[in-house]
Design a protein around this ligand. Sequence first.
Ligand code: SF4
Ligand code: ZN
Ligand code: ZN
Length: 315
Amino acid sequence: MVRCDVCGVSNAIILQRHTGRYLCSKCFIDDVRSRILDEVRKYEMFRDNDKLLLALSGGKDSFVLFDVISSIHDVSRLGVITVAEGIVGYSRDEDIIWILSRCKELGIDCIKTSIKDELSYSLTEIVDLSNKLGVDVSPCTYCGMIRRRIINRYARELGYDKVLTAHNLDDEAQTALINILRGDLSRLIQSHPKGPKLSPLFIRRVKPLRKIYEWECALYAYLKGFKFQEVECPYITTRPTLRAKVREYLYRLETVKPGTLLRFLNIIDDLVIKFLDSTSRLPDLPTCKICGEPTAYNRSLCKTCELLTKVGVIR
Ligand code: SF4
Ligand code: ZN
Ligand code: ZN
């Protein structure tokens, strides 16, 4: 048996490939927690008296976010929101049960809603309409933008200061590379923790797990007794999106050269900070004529309303 490289006492359970260290379960959990807290402090993601809304889907990453943040922040200043997509063959009911029961135990407000409750159509119904009309938009695009809008509106109307999401390092590295490949500098900057706030209607979203590998979230959750959902969203494999290709490519690089994802996101962070320091403040975004939420410069409708109108969800 190999001893833990940190405490030197307990047996190691894992080789953390990006550091080359063997760790026992306690030192592994401590390492993940302290890296999350370092990232929160480095970018001043929130302050002690901020009201934080945790946007949780119920999976392993949500578990890690909830576990760490509820242990360091005043629970009376925490809330949780969960937005069920409504995807045939993919129920989040069991995931949502643990969220509700933990919130009840700790006295945390929990908003449980769904795309169907908010728009009268579930995600599957929207995707079916879209396919029927030949609109070439992936289910994940509808899903992401609709959930983001719902969460932002609840956060704003209920007076939260920040929205915390459970995106991990793998998600963030993929997003950064996709934005680079698409030449989308604006989105690259927006996804940075210090990206400019382009509208007073946006509640800042921060991602405390952005430097934690997905496998580390999975192991943390497992070691803490979290039960995983076996079923994957069926839309993940509907078509080979750019994200799927980028994910595979980055995993290959990470396998050959451990630490690649971490170094990549760190360098992007440094470059974005330098860019932000050297540019002047951008004007506020205009608002959408239909929903009143912010939209891109030179647009009168937001992308969500434009697409939902196209498929007949908004008339
Ligand atoms: Fe939504 Fe896509 Fe995730 Fe499925 S895979 S839950 S459609 S974002
Ligand atoms: Zn140890
Ligand atoms: Zn709109």
